[in-house]
Design a protein around this ligand. Structure first.
Ligand code: DON
Length: 304
């Protein structure tokens, strides 16, 4: 495995076209696109790294996997009255479907869906309390208490967050937000601003590899059925309007973030995190996707 990762790292770092770093969040616009990291965590506790696998980056929308998991724990299937389970076929920050679909976002991974999920888990609590709960959960599944939030990124998101604010107000007008819009947005911006390394992220994904149990720590995080369902949502919706392309090229459930990270799950085999800050035109990591494509070719880990 180490040789495979070293090879991938060599190929990816030699690629001339790295994609473009997210510019709509100023704090992310200044990240060096030349960086690359990959980490593969196996259920038996082994971890393989290559490149900048210990470098912290902004996990952005990958946090939506964690907030969905918390929401399912708190509300169970009731969450599905607030958000759907279908791919949107539209960009991650699109507002168009909301108007025709009664303010109910298509899925929990587009921005509108994740804002509704964030609102659902707040349950009348203050942002600080909800964020404490989200961080505690992420630290638990990653087995790492050092994980935190990059306050500068959160403030940067807030400054340029008009589009997310529009989505939130629009949903509030349909009665699909229960807490004050400003508080929901503040909580959402902050959980998107959690910083993690590839190694921490791969570790955090382990519960989705082994039917809900993080075998490296021995803790059950969710039921087997729930783990399978979260994986299915990642497969169908984890890359927005690029989800079909990701399924075609990589063939694994995955969730991307505009920080350039991707968490991919090979059920029964491994949890994989890659990071390359340059994005494709849809907003998914360009070389991160290529690295996963190479990894799956070399390991045969596609679920198909
Ligand atoms: O709300 C936003 O736009 C960002 N905090 C997250 C978007 C994101 O990561 C989309 N993923 N590729």
């Amino acid at each position: 495995m180490q040789d495979i990762l070293n090879d991938i790292c060599k190929t990816i770092t030699a690629e001339p076209n790295k994609g473009k770093v997210a510019s709509y969040i100023p704090e992310l616009a200044c990240i060096d696109p030349e960086q690359f990291g990959i980490s593969v965590a196996l259920p038996d506790g082994q971890v393989f790294n290559a490149g900048s696998a210990h470098q912290l980056f902004s996990i952005q929308s990958i946090s939506k996997v964690f907030t969905l998991t918390i929401a399912l724990g708190k509300l169970g299937d009731a969450i599905w009255s607030r958000v759907g389970r279908e791919p949107s076929g539209d960009p991650f920050n699109s507002i168009v479907q909301l108007e025709h679909e009664g303010g109910k976002p298509r899925n929990p991974f587009i921005n509108a869906g994740a804002i509704a999920v964030t609102d659902a888990i707040m349950m009348g609590h203050k942002p600080r309390e909800t964020l404490g709960e989200i961080l505690q959960f992420v630290r638990f599944i990653a087995d790492d208490n050092s994980i935190g939030i990059d306050e500068k990124v959160a403030q940067s998101e807030k400054l340029t967050g008009d589009r997310n604010a529009s989505l939130a107000h629009f949903m509030a007008a349909f009665g699909n937000l229960k807490n004050p819009v400003e508080q929901v947005l503040g909580t959402y911006f902050h959980h998107c601003s959690i910083s993690m390394s590839c190694e921490q992220l791969a570790q955090a994904g382990l519960f989705l590899v082994s039917d809900g149990i993080n075998e490296s720590t021995g803790f059950r995080v969710v039921s087997a059925q729930r783990a399978r369902r979260i994986n299915s949502l990642m497969m169908m919706c984890g890359h927005y309007d690029g989800s079909g392309e990701f399924a075609y090229r990589v063939g694994l459930p995955g969730k991307s973030g505009v920080g350039g990270g991707i968490l991919a799950i090979a059920p029964g085999k491994a949890s994989i995190a890659v990071w390359s800050p340059g994005l494709d035109s849809i907003g998914n990591s360009k070389l991160g996707t290529q690295a996963l494509e190479l990894l799956v070719q070399k390991t045969g880990w596609s679920i198909f």
